[in-house]
Every structure is written in C-alpha cells, then in structure tokens.
Design a protein around this ligand. Structure first.
Ligand code: ADP
Ligand code: ADP
Ligand code: MG
Length: 658
C-alpha cells in the first residue's frame, strides 16, 4: 500500500479523496492554482504544492508540474479525480515512465474507451448492444446526409472525442444535418482538437442509466449496479439516483453483465462507468465508457457500502478485489442533487461570487435517513469563474425511493447559501413533483416540466399555512422584544392573493395558530431567534425549515420552491392596505441591464446608433461562458454604461435608449 498520494485535482473531489486517504492512514499532497491557495483541500491535505495560474491550462492540466510535485514531495501515486487529466492516456503513461502509479485504469483501457467511435467498435465486438448508427468517421455533409437517411431520422451527430455534453446535436431532418454537421465539427475542433464526427440514432425520450464497474490487476471485474441520471439540462446531469426506478432484476443483471464483459475486454483494472441510454420499454444501448471516478459516485457508495476511492487505491496498489459479485447487494435508495452556482430564476445563468453565508445541512443520520454533503468550500470562499460552477453535491439515503426523496427535500430546506445564485429552490421543486416521485423520468424531464423556465412554485395548502404561521410567530417574537405593549393575538396575514385572519395564542416554544376557517394547528419546537436566516419548527406534526428575511411590514419566507413576501398587519392597517393603489415598478423598459455579474467582453453599440429587436448589443462573460446580450426592442441608443474590459454587477445598466 502507498504511504503518500498526490491528488491532481481541486474542490470537492480533492476533499473527498483526502477523507478516504486519512481513514486508510495514507498521507496526502494536493496541488493548487493561484485561485485555490486558501481552499479547503489545501487546508486539509498534509502537504500542498503551488503549480501555477488560475486557468487550468497553466496549472491542473500541466503534466510536467504534477510530476515535479510528486518528485518534490515523494508521493508514490497520483489520484486524478475527474475532469482535468483523469482520462488522459499520455499522462498515465508519463507517470508510469517516471515510476509513479496512476490511480486509475491502465493507459490501454483509457485509449480504447476514450474515443467514442473506437469504444463503440470495441463494445460491439464484446457483445454489448450499441445505439444503431454508423460506427465510423463521416467525411462531409453529403456523406452525413446519406448516413442519416440510412439510419432514419431523428439522428444524433456526435464528436468522437466529445465529453461533458459538448459536441452533440440532434437532427430531425436533412436540413438539421446540413446545418448541424459543420457546427458540431467546428465545436469538436475548437473544444477537443479533434474533428472526427459520427452519427447514431437519436433515442427519443430515453433514460440515462449507467453501470458502475470495478476491476483489479488480476483480471477480476464486478459491477456495483446502476445509477439513473435522466434529470439533465443541456445533456448535463443535475439529479442522479441509485438504483434506477426503471430496472427490474433481469434488466439489471443483463446490463451489469454487458458492462462487465466490456470492462474485461479492455482489461479494465479500476473504477469506471459504462453509460447506456435506455428506452421506456427497458431496451438499452451503450453510449460510452468513462474511465475514471464519476461525479455521481456517492449514490452508489450509499447503496452498496463500498468506498470507491478506497477500491481504486487498492487496485492501483495491486491488491486483488476483496469481494466478488455475489457479495454485493443493493441496500435502500440514494439520491444526489448537484448544487450549482447558477440562477434558476434567470434561465440558469451562471452566477459567481463569495459565499457570504454557507450553512449546509447536518451530515450523518440513522437507518431511516442519511445525509451526505460532498463539498470543497467553506463560508467566505469564492466560487471562481475559472472552474466548474458546482458548489456541492448533496446526497441522501433512505430505505426506499420515496424516503430518500423526502430526505432530500428536507436536506435542501436545511441548506442555506447567500452570495452567488444557486439552484436549491429548483432542486426542491423537482423533489416535490408528482412525476419525479412516480419515477416517470426521461432526459427531457426538465424541458417538459419547466417549458417556460423556473419561477418558483405556488404554495401548497400546507405551505400557505406555514407561511402564515411562521410570519406571525416571528412577528410576535420581534414585537415582544421591541414593543411588548403592542403584542396582540389577532392579525391579518397577506401573502400574494392569500389573505386570512390568524389568531396566535400561548407563546414560548409553542403557539396555537387558529385560522378563520376554524382550523387550529400547533407550531412547536421553534428554533429561531431574530436575525437568524433559518426558521425550524414543527407545524401540525410536520417538521420543516423555512428561509426567512425581514421585509417591509413582514417577512420574505421561502419554503422549498415557494417564496412569498408575507405581510403581518393589524386588522385596521389591513383595511387601509386594501385601499392602497398598487405600487408601480421602476421603468426599466428603456434600459438593457446585465443579467448577471461578469466581465464585459465587447460593447457592440454606440450612442446615436439605432438597434433592432433581437440585435446583439454586448457580450458579457461569466463562468467561462460568453453570453450575448440582445436588445428586446428597437430603439436609438442614448448612452452606454460600461466598456469592454469593465466588470459589471447583476442588473447594472448596460445600455440606455433615448
Ligand atoms: P458526453 O461524453 O458528453 O457525456 P454522451 O454520449 O454520454 O456524451 O451523451 C450525453 C447525454 O446525451 C446522455 O446522457 C444522453 O442524455 C444524451 N444522448 C447521447 N446519445 C444519445 C442518443 N443516441 N439518443 C438520445 N440521447 C442521447
Ligand atoms: P437565497 O438566495 O437568499 O437563498 P431565495 O433562493 O429564496 O433566497 O431567493 C433568491 C433570490 O431570488 C431572492 O433575492 C429573491 O428575490 C429571488 N426570488 C425568489 N423567489 C422568486 C420568485 N418566485 N420569482 C422571482 N424571483 C424570486
Ligand atoms: Mg456521457
């Protein structure tokens, strides 16, 4: 076994690997870039080595610097995590040449599986069912049209070297091929330096189901069942679970056997993932193999009790697998939510900045529910524009699927982040959807369930009670503190269209909340003091956590995906409130605001210029993504705010019309 391992990665996965090394008594070294000098991984590792500038091309992707860091610290092996150099066969070879062990599969397996065309040929030979299509390179548009016609529309045009949801396009007819083929080819060239393209059948409304495999250097391979990752946005995973609600025992065994056969055919000797698309009829087709630890590995660990990082380290050290297929079983159900720094209310635009508040839910738990949070950040850390916009991976386990989902709903309630925008309300909305709970998943789920984007949800009956009770209780506590003579029992609570009389009696740790329809609920075990952002209590025997913030005449309260400004008024001021003219919002129709914080790459209009609706007027970069800002109406530019090179805040005025 190794005595010192170097981790060639950052963020949550570096922290994750350090935790296992600590448990195994292995010393750790992390490398870090300029942006990560104060990171949690650097703080936790036994040693750290600075390797260069914040852009990955100057640090995490430079093999020479990783090798030098190993030599300097005496690390005997490198765990690459995922992304960066994890699927780079020449990096694995280079380490071997330097006498350093790569904690991952042998370079031959990476090469065989790293390329989608080659891996499909390999899979077909190993008896794995592949997506019907043309397993070979496509020369030009004419060739592409011929192949697409033979396969039958719709088809998917794919970059052989693609990854991360990039270099993929669906074509519904010949015109899409004419446009799409050159586009995918250009994207592949730019992103992967390799413009080989192939075409396969597009499976409509499929599910993404993948098999976790694990091999050793002695020819043994087992599988650790499946994960379903159908909840995707732009071909990128958002919510994953294990096992899959689609599979029965026979399909699971068949997919597992094919994945193991493929792994054995390439002498696979580490942890890896064989991805499939599956039809709703349980037909399944090989997509690709990822020759590394997978982002969503925690859900597999939670249902099998196997630490995959530990097994990778043991395999790399030459140990034979300590268990066979018959020793593995599925225990319960696990769900993972990717907490991203993005603003779900604004089309999921990337959002960066400092984690002003970062309060994750408590980890651990019992046989009824468990919570795990894989994070590499602490309060005060910066979500940088240089890397992946993931803040953490929140996973929950329960004895069955619905209890795991319910545990996730509760854990999301208990997760509080301030600073960058985040997708927690969106994830909570999915957990509460009947379709998600019923397991009727597909990769179109988000497109179908949120066709107009995300705007939060309407309160359920329970949430309407919760909003009223919580706001009244907070109001009473604040009043008791500041003006005890004003404490009273009768209030009118207004939350959007919901206007109701509420009677709040008793006090201390429990309240009786009486509504005008005659119902009386108890609000007990209140855990909140003025100034705290989270209000925890039990309403009508249901534990909940709400996010609360004082606001004019009341509070802003969010429970899961439902946010409301809740007014708490005396009956007299409620009467006056009803007579107020509705407030007018500021007129921003004559301005174009920056939809996100970022860097102005170009300002494409000047004062005096007339623009058309839809015309590109500026480009703002955030999270390495260039966002084209377009005019929503025609007009003549009166003034421009920032110029190229300036940074802008969200809602900062970019352009003003005359
Ligand atoms: P990447 O290397 O980017 O992960 P994949 O080949 O795994 O590329 O595809 C990414 C996602 O695109 C899959 O998870 C699936 O949702 C969708 N997809 C890929 N191929 C097909 C196909 N032939 N039919 C339908 N959906 C597909
Ligand atoms: P926080 O980010 O502090 O955890 P929320 O997630 O509730 O709080 O809301 C984030 C921001 O999004 C808030 O500033 C709020 O104004 C805005 N917001 C919340 N709910 C909605 C909604 N339904 N529609 C539009 N904007 C919303
Ligand atoms: Mg994939």
């Amino acid at each position: 076994m190794f005595s010192k391992i170097l981790i060639a990665n950052r963020g949550e996965i570096a922290v994750r690997i350090i935790k296992t090394c600590r448990r195994l008594g292995i010393a750790t070294v992390v490398v870090y870039s300029e942006a990560d000098a104060d990171s949690m991984a650097v703080e936790m590792a036994d040693e750290s080595v600075f390797i260069g500038g914040a852009p990955a091309a100057e640090s995490y992707l430079v093999a020479d610097k990783i090798v030098a860091a190993c030599k300097q610290t005496g690390a005997e092996a490198v765990h690459p995590g995922f992304g960066f150099l994890s699927e780079n066969a020449s990096f694995a070879k280079r380490l071997a040449a330097e006498g350093i062990v790569f904690i991952g599969p042998n370079p031959g397996a990476i090469e065989a599986m790293g390329d989608k065309i080659e891996s499909k040929k390999f899979a077909a030979r190993a008896g794995v069912s592949t997506v019907p299509g043309h397993v070979g390179e496509i020369d030009d548009v004419a060739h592409a049209l011929k192949i697409a016609g033979e396969i039958g529309y719709p088809v998917m045009i794919k970059a052989s070297a693609g990854g991360g949801g990039k270099g993929i396009r669906v074509a519904w007819g010949p015109q899409d091929v004419e446009e799409g083929f050159p586009a995918v080819r250009a994207e592949a060239k730019a992103s992967f330096g390799d413009d080989r393209i192939f075409i396969e059948k597009f499976i409509e409304s499929p599910r993404h189901i993948e098999i976790q495999v694990l091999g050793d250097k002695h020819g043994d391979v087992v599988h650790l069942f499946e994960r379903e990752c159908s909840i995707q946005r732009r071909n990128q995973k958002v919510i994953e679970e294990a096992p899959s609600p689609l599979l029965d025992e026979a399909t699971r065994a068949a997919m597992g056997a094919q994945a193991v056969a493929l792994a054995k055919a390439v002498n696979y000797d580490s942890a890896g993932t064989v991805e499939f698309v599956a039809g709703q009829d349980k037909s399944f087709f090989f997509l690709e193999m990822n020759t590394r630890l997978q982002v969503e590995h925690p859900v597999t660990e939670m249902i099998t009790g196997v630490d995959l990082v530990e097994q990778m380290i043991r395999s790399a050290a030459g140990e034979p697998l300590a268990f066979g297929q018959q020793d593995l079983a599925i225990n319960g159900w696990a769900v993972e939510s990717r907490i991203y720094a993005e603003d779900p209310y604004r089309g999921f635009l990337p959002s960066i900045g400092r984690l002003v508040r970062y309060l994750p839910p408590e980890e651990g738990g019992s046989g009824a529910a468990k919570v795990r949070n894989d994070a590499g950040v602490r309060e005060g850390d910066e979500i940088s524009m240089f890397y992946d916009p993931m803040i953490s991976k929140l996973s929950t386990w329960g004895p069955d699927r619905l209890s795991a989902i319910d545990a996730m709903g509760r854990a999301l309630e208990d997760f509080h982040i301030e600073g960058p925008g985040h997708n927690i309300p969106f994830l909570a909305a999915v957990m509460d959807q009947e379709r998600f709970r019923s397991g009727a998943l597909s990769t179109n789920y988000i497109k179908e369930e949120f066709p107009d984007g995300f705007a939060g949800t309407e309160p359920t009956a329970f949430q309407a009670d919760l909003l009223a009770a919580t706001a009244c209780a907070m109001h009473r506590r604040l009043t008791a503190r500041s003006a005890p003579q004003l404490v009273r029992d009768e209030w009118v609570v207004i939350a959007g269209h919901d206007r109701r009389k509420v009677r709040l009696s008793n006090g201390g740790d429990a309240f009786h909340v009486a509504f005008e329809d005659g119902r009386t609920l108890s609000l007990t075990q209140i855990d909140w003091r003025p100034g705290q952002p989270l209000f925890r209590a039990v309403l009508d025997a249901q534990p909940f956590t709400a996010l609360v913030k004082p606001a004019a005449e009341g509070f802003i309260v969010r429970h899961r995906a439902c946010t409301r400004h809740v007014l708490v008024l005396t009956p007299r001021s409620a009467e006056l409130h009803g007579k107020l003219p509705p407030k007018k919002a500021a007129d921003t129709s004559k301005m174009i605001l920056s939809p996100m914080p970022g860097l102005v790459v170009s300002m494409d209009v000047a004062p005096g210029q007339s623009v058309q609706a839809g015309q590109a007027v500026a480009v703002v970069e955030a999270m390495k993504m260039q966002n084209i800002i377009r005019a929503e109406r025609e007009g003549v530019v009166k003034a421009v705010g920032p110029k190229a090179g300036d940074s802008v805040a969200a809602d900062e005025v970019l352009i003003e019309f005359a």
